[in-house]
Design a protein around this ligand. Structure first.
Ligand SMILES: [Mn+2]
Length: 319
């Protein structure tokens, strides 16, 4: 069996939960970090398996179709997409449930396997939503109850998420793939005191702080902020989140620091599902949730796509 999972805290904790549920006779991998699809080599690696689990990752339909040729595929997820034929999909959002009731894939797994509210489930929820989860009436209670029981604080959970996420942000794919196994024997203190993850986090915090404090470099177009960055680290979503939350504006971050693609990341107060559909119609590598969209654009097309996104945000705001 093979488990393909997302590289962030929710994906890692979900992978850890699934290993607990279905046993250790399973190999796990994450896609090349930053790719929400499988490369040809990765698809080849999948050939050796006849049962594949995909967790917290909305891979393109054509990738899944190619896996289906030699394997049974089961997906656990909370991203939005149309149901895929021949695949077992455990995703409450696909059957019309509201996103706020399923803020993480760990929560989908917890419900599916009838597990208790444990450390993994809660870390996944905090990972995907950070401070915003405290505005969710249901989950604020869930987290407060958990913190009281486990004698921990929300700030510590948040810090644990940042420490785990530091691995993918610095492109440490091998390390990321080890964490679902490590977490089974770690408690919150082990995470908070992990020496390498703390060193990682310092490097990242410094870089992010420098970017979000450089307001002179922000471009304002109507009600949208555009921020251009140039980094090899996977910090685009952290930057978009920080700036969108501190300004209350729709925020588009464009990263030109990667080899093959220009990365564009959008965060908005308005519903972006229409934008995801439009981008997919244009055959672009795009995906996301209600309030965020990530796009990998070919270098020559980046400006055009940026303009398209900004126009969508302006029009969307009027409705
Ligand atoms: Mn997730």
């Amino acid at each position: 069996m093979l488990l393909i999972h997302h590289w962030d805290t929710d994906g890692i904790c979900s992978a850890s939960m699934l290993i607990e549920e279905i046993g250790e006779e399973i190999d796990n991998m994450v896609p090349f970090i930053g790719n929400y699809f499988l490369t040809e080599e990765e698809k080849e690696r999948c050939f050796g398996y006849d049962k594949i689990y995909i967790v917290d990752l909305a891979l393109p339909e054509e990738d899944i179709t190619s896996l289906l040729k030699h394997a049974g595929v089961t997906i656990f997820d909370h991203h939005l997409y149309k149901p895929i034929e021949g695949v077992k999909v455990i995703n409450p959002l696909v059957r019309g449930e509201e996103q706020y009731r399923y803020p993480s894939t760990t929560w989908v797994l917890k419900e599916h396997f009838g597990r208790k509210v444990d450390f993994l489930a809660v870390l996944g929820v905090v990972g995907d939503n950070e401070e915003r989860i405290m505005e969710n009436r249901i989950f604020r209670k869930v987290i407060e109850r958990f913190c009281k029981k486990e004698k921990t604080r929300f700030e510590d959970l948040l810090r644990a998420v940042h420490l785990i996420d530091s691995n993918y942000k610095l492109n440490m794919k091998k390390e990321v793939e080890k964490i679902p196994w490590l977490l089974r024997d770690m408690d919150i203190k082990d995470i908070l005191e992990h020496p390498m993850w703390n060193r990682n986090n310092e490097i990242l915090e410094e870089e992010i702080q420098e970017i979000v404090s450089n307001e002179d470099a922000w471009i304002k177009k109507g009600k949208t902020l555009i921020i251009e960055i140039n980094t090899t680290h996977n910090i685009i979503s952290s930057i978009a989140r920080k700036i969108a939350w501190s300004t209350g504006m729709d925020t588009v971050v464009m990263n030109r620091g990667l080899d093959r693609y220009v990365q564009i990341y959008v965060r908005s107060k308005n519903n972006l599902t229409g934008l995801i559909d439009l981008l997919k119609e244009k055959n672009l590598k795009a995906g996301g949730k209600r309030d965020v969209v990530g796009i990998l654009a070919e270098r020559e097309k980046a400006e055009e796509i940026l303009e398209f996104v900004v126009n969508f945000l302006e029009k969307n705001d009027e409705r």
